[in-house]
Ligand binder design. Structure first.
Ligand code: HEC
Ligand code: HEC
Length: 256
């Protein structure tokens, strides 16, 4: 049953230009829901109480891997977020929000909608949570791609990281943790290992009231930050690592 959907996902990827997210050809989007945060109801409660089966989750994840990659790493350009190692609570909440029209995601909606029931949400979340967080994600000073020939790493990286650390530790650390580990029981997401560009886009959308499923306390806090400060915080956040949860670095190349 999943095969035609996987084929569709691959087709969309192939059709999408290298730099733009693939889009559903048919307009299948849910009706937009009013902003709320974490109202526990319906399939969210159900999925949270079910024990996820990783093996079945791996199968259900097949279609997701087309965009988020089989490793869960997403893309360094931030179009598709890194998912590996995210708390299952957060994964379930985000998928339920996308399915219900509370969080806009027209690219992913057709696929999120095909997850059959609460059990499948629990399964796929248990599987994703069990994956190690890739180290080679998008950083502030990542090269944008092979096409960027004359690209030079930004000279202000150290300065951005220092300023970002300062801001992050003042107002974000209580919820997202010193290493970006979030808080599972409270639905606070893992930030460690996330792509710089995705973080920056989410923070901007949250600040500007475009992500309607966000925690209101966070919105209140982030409202006062300007674009420059968000760049610094995103730079710092993407540098965070959760000890024990990151994938092992690949063995260093042998010296000649
Ligand atoms: C066609 C591409 C595509 C497919 C297939 C896809 N996604 Fe996504 N997904 C996205 C995009 C794009 C975003 C980020 C949207 C944004 O910027 O807000 C996203 C966001 C998410 C998020 C929120 C992440 C966060 O940090 O808040 C979760 C969870 C997620 N996807 C899980 C899945 C799962 C599970 C599947 C398979 C059932 C799946 N996705 C299939 C494109 C896709
Ligand atoms: C009161 C707790 C709280 C505080 C304080 C807070 N956040 Fe959040 N943050 C959250 C929650 C909860 C979410 C997920 C929202 C949702 O459920 O959709 C989130 C989401 C995010 C995301 C998007 C993650 C993703 O995977 O999509 C980023 C980035 C982020 N926060 C950065 C920050 C920064 C930077 C600060 C400080 C300026 C901050 N947060 C302060 C609770 C908090």
């Amino acid at each position: 049953m999943k095969k035609p959907i996987l084929a569709l996902a691959l087709l969309m990827i192939a059709a999408g230009a290298a730099h733009s997210a693939p889009r559903a050809t048919k307009k299948v989007v849910p009706e937009k829901k009013e902003a709320t945060w974490n109202v526990q109801e319906g399939e969210q409660i159900e999925a949270l109480t079910k024990k996820g089966d990783r093996r079945r989750g791996e199968e259900a994840y097949e279609v997701c891997g087309a965009c988020h990659l089989p490793s869960g790493a997403g893309r360094t350009d931030g179009t598709f977020p890194q998912l590996a190692g995210q708390h299952s609570t957060v994964l379930i909440k985000q998928m339920v929000d996308i399915r219900s029209g509370l969080r806009d995601n027209p690219t992913m909606y057709p696929f999120a909608a095909t997850l059959t029931d609460a059990q499948e949400l629990a399964d796929v979340s248990a599987y994703i949570e069990s994956l190690c967080i890739p180290l080679d994600h998008g950083y502030y000073d990542s090269k944008p791609g092979d096409a960027a020939k004359d690209w030079k790493a930004p000279a202000d990286t150290a300065q951005q990281l220092a300023q970002g650390k300062d801001l992050y530790e003042k107002e974000c650390v209580t919820c997202h943790g010193a290493n970006g580990e979030g808080i599972k029981d409270k639905f606070y997401p893992v930030i460690a290992g996330q792509h710089y560009k995705y973080l920056l886009r989410q923070m901007t959308e949250i600040r500007d009231g475009k992500r309607r499923n966000t925690n209101p306390d966070m919105v209140r806090i982030i409202k006062k930050y300007n674009d420059r400060q968000l760049v610094a915080i995103a730079a710092y956040q993407s540098s965070l690592e959760m000890p024990g949860n990151m994938c092992k670095p690949k063995a260093a190349a042998k010296k000649k």
